[in-house]
Design a protein around this ligand. Structure first.
Ligand code: UD1
Length: 431
């Protein structure tokens, strides 16, 4: 297994290109199941999760073609891919694939909407606490799907198609909103989603569905109205920039000090995260090319944050912000309200000298003068990148094991950081 070695203490200076968003790319790819025609997605990130989803969709009959680079196109430009689901050859998504990536469970919605049947493995356990799918199933049931659980699989059927309905989500769910949007787009009649997720990735999916012929009003607000249509068409869509990747690098710059342009990043996608960074002592300016993040002067100030659905502070930046706070001049409280047990990074950060105490859903972080490099282990995607941030500021060398978690969600991480002066390298396992 590959490792990443980081020698801390260097300020970051330069330009980091922000990739297309993983959490938008995945539902957009899944939406290609809704039509016989080709969906073309530009600005696609090259990530392990994207490649795994290619395989899963291929199993259902989706042809996947990657467009070649054009002359003059930068290596940093995302890929363009064409997805064509002319025939759905298999409506089963097996355990060995779904268990490796939760979001692949979302194929349930387009499969049952288009084919009237689907058999999708329950996603199973996950490193960040129990992550149920009851609300996704509730939404599909409201739309008229008949659901059974058989041998660990959800078996859905809607022989005469789905029917529009009123769906009130008792809790904001991104995956629930994505699946309801896809299913309702092909249902007969009108669907109203209440307490829908307002995350920018939901808006990106809705924009693409609208290009495919769906009639959706209100994406980005709590109430979304969908007028079902008989069929959807092909479309071309560019994946939105990754706000979590942008926020992560912004936190890295706040940690090390320096001056970095996050090319392609947008502040409107990340306001709560940027506000916390400014309070911590970073300066952020929006330019035509992206966001410029600097921290030159005094140290890092302690800031309390609480994660909550968009537009509040995102849970996917909680671990990274905690890494930053380990060097703050004082005590900060970081409260996680979305996922239970999303604190696996705490123990690993402690190995670098961080002082963190857990009290229920809150981590109390007492800033330390310095961190010291150590061998640590990546436990999940966001936790592992928090270790990178801490290591960039630690004295001496840190080796991060199990970096396959990083490859799931961060495109060319070492290259992007090395381009800004970081001492970081990947040690590839022999064989
Ligand atoms: C998505 C993101 C993930 C992010 C999360 C919250 C992708 C691929 N993943 O995950 O990176 O951390 O949003 O912003 O886009 N819940 C239920 N029942 C359900 C579904 C969810 O109780 O049926 C709960 C979850 O346990 C959690 C909360 O709702 O407590 C939010 O989860 P949700 O928004 O659905 O997360 P994902 O869509 O899985």
């Amino acid at each position: 297994m590959d490792k990443i070695k980081i020698v801390g203490g260097t300020r970051l200076n330069g330009v980091i290109p922000i990739s297309g968003a993983k959490n938008a790319a995945l539902p957009l790819m899944i939406a290609s199941l809704l039509t016989r025609e080709t969906v073309t997605l530009a600005n696609m990130p090259l990530l392990a999760d994207v490649m795994l989803l290619e395989r899963i969709l291929g199993n259902h009959g989706v042809d996947y073609a990657i467009a070649g680079k054009r002359t003059g196109e930068s290596v940093d430009a995302g890929r363009t891919v064409h997805l064509t689901a002319r025939e759905i050859v298999d409506t089963t998504a097996p355990y060995d694939l779904v268990s490796r990536m939760r979001a692949s469970f979302w194929v349930l919605a387009p499969l049952v909407a288009r084919c009237g049947e689907a058999r999708v493995s329950l996603p199973g356990g996950c490193a960040i606490g129990t992550r149920p799918v009851d609300l996704l199933l509730m939404a599909l049931e409201k739309l008229g799907a008949k659901l059974d659980i058989e041998n660990g699989y959800v078996v859905a059927s809607a022989k005469n198609g789905l029917t529009g309905a009123e769906i009130d989500f008792p809790k904001v769910t991104v995956g629930g909103t994505h699946t309801a949007l896809m299913a309702a787009s092909l249902a007969r009649g009108t669907t109203v989603l209440r307490n829908a997720a307002r995350e920018p990735e939901v808006v990106d999916l809705a924009d693409c569905l609208i290009k495919m012929g769906a009639r959706i009003k209100g994406a980005g607000q709590s109430t979304i109205e969908i007028e079902g249509v008989g069929s959807l068409f092909g479309a071309r869509h560019a994946v939105m920039p990754d706000r979590i990747e942008a926020g992560t690098y912004a936190m890295a710059v706040a940690m090390t000090g320096g001056d970095v342009l996050l090319a392609g990043a947008r502040s409107d996608l990340l306001q709560a995260g940027l506000d916390a960074l400014v309070q911590a002592g970073a300066s952020i300016t929006e330019t035509n090319e992206g966001l410029r993040v600097t921290r030159n002067g005094a140290g890092i100030s302690p800031v309390d944050v609480t994660t909550a659905p968009f537009p509040a502070f995102p849970t996917d930046l909680q671990a990274q912000f905690m890494a930053l706070m380990t060097r703050a001049k004082g005590v900060s409280r970081i409260t996680e309200t979305i996922f239970e047990n999303r604190f696996m990074h705490v123990q690993e950060l402690a190995r670098l000298g961080a002082r963190i105490k857990l009290e229920g859903d809150t981590a109390i972080v007492t800033g330390a003068d310095h961190l010291d490099g150590a061998p640590v282990m990546a436990t999940d995607l966001r936790a592992s990148v928090s270790l990178v941030i801490a290591a960039l500021a630690a004295r001496g060398e840190t080796t991060i094991n199990r970096v396959y978690h990083l490859d799931r969600g961060f495109e060319r991480l070492e290259k992007k950081l090395r381009g800004c002066g970081a001492e970081i390298e990947r040690i590839t396992a022999a064989g």
